[in-house]
Each structure stands twice: as C-alpha cells, then as structure tokens.
Design a protein around this ligand. Structure first.
Ligand code: PLP
Length: 389
C-alpha cells in the first residue's frame, strides 16, 4: 500500500547527503550574523583550524560555499594551465564526471580505463608516470571512495607509485564520500589537493566544499594560468588568516560545521572509522545472506561508507527502490551512469548506529520481498548476529 502520509523519520540511506544530526540542525538554526563583524572572525578561525584534524593535516583548508563539484574545479584551476596533461583513473561515475570537468577546462586528460568494480591500480599509475620521461603529466587525480560503486582506493599506494617513478606530478584526491567516514591522511600520504564536501561524513547539509592545500600545490598556484576568480585560493587564504572570507560565506552551515567537528572530535576519528568499517561488514553479511552480489570485487577495497548491490538478472533496481520508498519511506541510492537500474546503493555513513543499520537492512529485506526480487531471507538476522558479537 502506498503511504502518502508517512509518520516517524524518513530513512535517508543514500550515500549522501546523509542524515543531519539534531544537534547540527539546532546549531544551524541561529541568527545569521555580520560576516565581517568580530563575532564571525572567532567562528571562522575555529572552523578553519578545527577542520584540519578531519583531513589529518597541518596545511590550510579552504572552505567554499558550493557543492563538491566546485571543489573539483577549484583544485584544477588553482594549480594547472591550459593544455596541461592530467592522469585520471576511471573508478566509476564520479571519476568520469571529474574527467569531463577537466576536459571542459581545456586540460589534456589521460584516462586510465577501469571496469567500475575495482579500485585504482597504483602500479598502472606508476607505469604511466615512468613512461612520461619529460614530465608532461602535471597532476594525478583519483577518487578515494567511488560513491557510484562502493569501492575504496589505496591513496598511500598511489603516493608510493608516484615517488617510485620519481615523478613531480601533483597528487589530487576526491574524498567527498570518505572524509569523516574512512581513514584519510592528507599529510602522511603526501596529497597536494584534497577535495571534500559537507554532505556526507561531515553530517551537514550540502553547501560547503573544501580544498586542503599542500605547500607544493600553493606554489603551483602562482604559475597556474587557467582562469579563476571565485575559486582563487590566494584571496581566500589571505582573508582566512583572520577568520574571514573574501565574499559572503555560508554562515549558518559554518555553525553546523562547528557542531559537527565537536561531535567527530568527541567520538574520536579512529572510533568513527571503526564504526563505519563494522557497519559496512554487517551490511555485506546481509547481502551475502540474501544471496545477492556485491558490485565491488576486491574484498580489500569494499567501501566502509556504502555498499552497492547488483540486482538479479531481469529485475530493475529502480522499481525495487520505488517499492522501498513507497512502502517503508526509505531512500536508497540509485545506480549512476552505466550502472543505472543495475544496482542499488545502501549508504551507511555519517550519523549512523547499529539500529539505524538494522532498520535500513530491514527496509531492504522487506522491499526485496514486496517487490518480488528473488532472494533468501535472513540478511537482517546475519547482520544482527554480527553486531551482537
Ligand atoms: N565526488 C564524489 C565521490 C561524490 O560522491 C560526489 C557527489 O555525490 C561528487 C564528487 C560531486 O559532489 P556534488 O554533488 O556535491 O557537487
């Protein structure tokens, strides 16, 4: 039966935007203040400094009032010049969108092809760089957690491959669906630009985007010739020194960021990452018990943030998701790009606990039955047994 008047909470179990904690919503619900006044400077300094911990960096983090796509563009226009070659890796839909953006900016993209089921192949990157003796490749761009596939790549291995090739290319990493959910180390992994967004592991609404910027990337910004104005790091960093922004910031989202950072800090990042790994494992046990197939093929690369599940042949993912939404008021992630109607994605990131997971998996299991999708029951039970330990 169609539920036109749902009661209780909607289950927003897409892999971002994620559920925003009440604490964060309350923090956002404060009067907007003068963004050039004294009170704002203190807020600006607090969030600009606090957010560095989540990137595990001492480097500056720039905050834009934009979606994640803006941070993709900012990373490229601040560091590169027209016609520069960049090496990108086809992990899935989002890597493909970043590649398209780079092409539109006039960059020469070398795209390492992939089958959307496996992580970045660091050895293939190393081989490409080793073959680039005159250093025409200016940047290597990878997506840490490919949100369209539920596959996480090993950024440290990419760094090592670049170093082994003795290549000076910048390393840029999209952490839009990993930051604050999956262990990520901007400094230790020698990343030059980290791209992130507010609406996933940071438990905020969409609307803030981030660039963590290494000293090497900042130096590249001085010689970069792609047109940039809104995204220019330099004016941003000059204003940020006193907690301000060169244009009107998303004041209320920054209130939310302040609160979300306090929550992450109180739980402890390593605990946050362990929580996500555990919920991902419970989810995979449920998928296995249902007799369904994971999209991700490499067990070492299964994402702690989301799980993409292949539909059995002859059954569309979108019809199944429609049943889940209408019967149980839960949103699951749709298949993107060439995975349209082939997979559904279960988001288990952000503000999430054991019972949120059990409710989510129960919604999937009931939905499979209601939609007539062939499966074995018992996924929720398998997850519960694992969670109880
Ligand atoms: N990169 C990844 C890995 C994403 O998951 C997303 C959005 O889901 C984006 C980039 C694009 O970000 P936005 O939609 O906020 O512009």
């Amino acid at each position: 039966t169609l539920n036109n008047h749902p009661s209780g909470r909607h289950f927003l179990q897409i892999p971002g935007p994620t559920n925003v904690p009440d604490r964060v919503l309350r923090a956002i619900d404060q009067p907007t203040i003068d963004h050039r006044g004294p009170e704002f400077g203190a807020l600006g300094l607090a969030v600009l400094s606090g957010v560095k911990q989540v990137f595990q960096t001492q480097a500056p983090v720039v905050i834009f009032p934009s979606s994640g796509t803006g941070a993709w563009e900012a990373a490229l226009v601040n560091t590169l010049s027209p016609g520069d070659r960049v090496l990108m890796v086809e992990t899935g839909h989002f890597a493909s969108l970043w590649r398209k953006l780079a092409g539109r900016l006039g960059l020469d993209v070398d795209f390492l092809e992939g089958d959307w089921r496996r992580p970045v192949d660091a050895a293939a990157i190393g081989a490409r760089l080793a073959g680039d003796a005159d250093h025409r490749i200016k940047a290597v761009c990878v997506v840490h957690n490919e949100t369209s596939t539920g596959v996480t790549s090993d950024v440290a291995a990419v760094r090592k491959a670049i170093d082994r090739a003795g290549h000076p290319a910048l390393l840029m990493v999209d952490t839009i669906s990993s930051l604050g959910s999956i262990d990520y180390r901007h400094d230790e992994w020698g990343v030059d630009v980290t791209v992130a967004g507010s609406q996933k592991g940071l438990m905020l609404p969409p609307g803030l985007a981030f660039n963590a910027v290494s000293a090497k990337a900042l130096a590249a910004a001085d010689g970069a010739r792609l047109p940039r104005s809104y995204w220019d790091w330099r004016e941003m960093l000059a204003a940020n020194a006193r907690g301000y922004f060169p244009y009107t910031p998303s004041t209320n989202l920054l209130y939310g960021l302040h609160e979300a950072l306090a929550m992450l800090q109180a739980e402890g990042l390593s605990q946050v990452f362990a929580r996500h790994r555990r919920h991902a494992q419970a989810t995979r046990l449920a998928v296995e018990a249902w007799g369904l197939e994971l999209l991700s093929l490499d067990p070492a690369a299964h994402s702690p943030a989301l799980t993409a599940v292949l539909m059995p042949a002859g059954h569309g993912a979108d019809a199944f998701r429609k049943v889940v939404l209408e019967r149980f008021d839960m949103s699951l992630g749709q298949g993107l790009g060439k995975l349209a109607d082939r997979v559904f994605r279960i988001g288990h990131l952000g503000h999430f606990n054991d019972l949120t997971l059990c409710g989510t998996l129960a919604g999937v299991e009931m939905g499979l039955a209601a939609a007539g999708v062939p499966h074995r029951p018992g996924g929720v039970r398998a997850a519960m047994e694992f969670l109880v330990g």
